[in-house]
Design a protein around this ligand. Structure first.
Ligand SMILES: Cc1cc2nc3c(=O)[nH]c(=O)nc-3n(C[C@H](O)[C@H](O)[C@H](O)COP(=O)(O)OP(=O)(O)OC[C@H]3O[C@@H](n4cnc5c(N)ncnc54)[C@H](O)[C@@H]3O)c2cc1C
Length: 379
């Protein structure tokens, strides 16, 4: 069976690997020209995804990421007010992507292919790319993220909805921090919760996956409510170009960076304020919600963020995409390649978990006062 995957990020590669391991003839088409823009700096990896990566020798636990043994809640003075045991490893988007990419056959992964249109005829799906190339397959898997062109083919008009807040993010090379500062954050997941917001931080591998002391990166995420008018300003980058869902590193306008620094001065304890000021190129991601009523149509399937976007507080987006991928391969195999039986079965298995995660993420955000219009509600 010939399967084409649109999008070569974590969901696309997860599907590629799971399907390839079951013996399917699978190819991945990614729109980025030859390298991938980092989609999220630090990531929490859920245990089941870690197990899968270990079982398939894609990654070993020893080189998986930077462990955090303790969770520390910081007070407004910047000292830990509560500490808890923690057992999470933190990795980075680029580190995990590179490991998946290295595992998937090179000659089946194609950069520089942006999907434009899809046609279905006689149980065959033909995709046409912006470079003019056409490809036909028995099954097309849309792993093309929340702006999915694949989704637009059978669910036109369903687009991500702004959740009312953004995530500012930054990475600092560990060696820019003093030994005392490193010791304060090292092997810990630190969180500073305060009214209508929180900032969290942890160490992640260096840009090439370095795990040694002195070579890692300090990663912070700061969630802030923003009105749609404020959002418009934030999304206008330093060149005056309007961005849709994120302003990547080095593209925030100087006004946005100044505003961020002012806010840090007013709202953060010194130990975190210093980190925000120390960050060379902070960036921002808009938090959105998206839920499809159905994850397939005909011989086209949608997985990962293309189907459901969950709030980042669940730390599950990557694992969800991966579980979608593994379940799809298992269903196809179980139904002996009968796509018309496999896709409804897969849909039933996956839609429940995704819907639950969407709701759970919204509850977590509300508990932190995120996603509420402070000006309107006066809270
Ligand atoms: C602030 C924040 C923090 C997060 N923290 C975590 C965390 O701690 N843990 C976690 O698991 N998840 C986290 N996530 C979520 C996680 O990043 C995503 O859920 C996950 O990466 C899903 O990946 P995906 O492959 O489905 O989509 P994407 O990563 O969006 O990939 C889509 C791919 O498709 C390509 N593409 C798009 N359109 C086309 C086209 N027309 N043709 C060809 N290719 C195309 C894109 O270039 C891209 O490579 C976080 C997200 C945010 C915003």
């Amino acid at each position: 069976m010939k399967i084409i995957i649109i999008g070569g990020s974590i969901g696309g590669l997860g599907a590629g690997i799971a399907l390839h391991c079951k013996g399917y003839d699978v190819e991945i088409y990614e729109r980025s020209a030859n390298h991938m823009q980092d989609r999220g700096a630090g990531l929490v990896i859920q245990p089941d995804m870690m197990n899968y990566l270990q079982e398939h020798h894609i990654s070993t636990k020893e080189v998986f990421g930077v462990p955090a043994y303790e969770r520390q809640v910081l007070s407004s003075s910047g000292t830990p007010s509560h500490t808890f045991r923690n057992d999470t490893s933190f990795t980075s988007w680029s580190y995990i992507w590179q490991q998946l990419k290295d595992y998937f056959p090179k000659d089946r992964y194609f950069f520089g292919h942006q999907l434009e249109t899809i046609d279905e005829k006689d149980k065959q799906v033909t995709v046409t790319f912006a470079n003019g190339m056409k490809k036909t397959a028995d099954l097309v898997v849309g792993a093309d993220g929340y702006g999915s062109v694949t989704r637009a083919h059978f669910l036109p008009g369903l687009t991500p909805a702004y959740a009312g807040y953004v995530a500012y993010r930054g990475l600092i090379p560990e060696n820019k921090m003093t030994d005392d500062e490193v010791a304060f954050f090292e092997n810990k997941f630190s969180i500073y919760p305060y009214k209508h917001s929180h900032l969290l931080c942890y160490m992640v591998p260096g840009t090439k996956g370095e795990l040694n002391k002195g070579q890692r990166l300090y990663n912070w995420v700061w969630y802030l409510n923003k009105s749609t008018q404020q959002l418009d300003e934030i999304l206008t980058d330093k060149d005056g170009q309007k961005r849709r869902y994120a302003v990547p590193t080095a593209f925030l306008s100087s006004k946005s960076v100044d505003d961020l620094h002012q806010l840090a001065n007013r709202e953060l304890p010194q130990v975190l304020k210093d980190r925000v000021h120390q960050t060379d190129n902070p960036f921002v991601q808009v938090i959105v919600d998206l839920a499809v009523p159905k994850m397939y149509s005909g011989h086209i399937a949608l997985l990962g963020d293309a189907a459901f976007v969950v709030r980042p507080h669940t730390a599950s987006g990557t694992a969800k995409a991966y579980r979608d991928a593994i379940a799809l391969a298992n269903c196809l195999y179980y139904h002996k390649d009968d796509i018309d039986k496999a896709l409804p079965h897969w849909n039933d298995l996956r839609i429940r978990e995704a819907s639950h995660l969407v709701q759970y993420g919204k509850q977590l955000a509300l508990r932190s006062g995120l996603g509420i219009d402070i000006n309107r509600t006066g809270v």
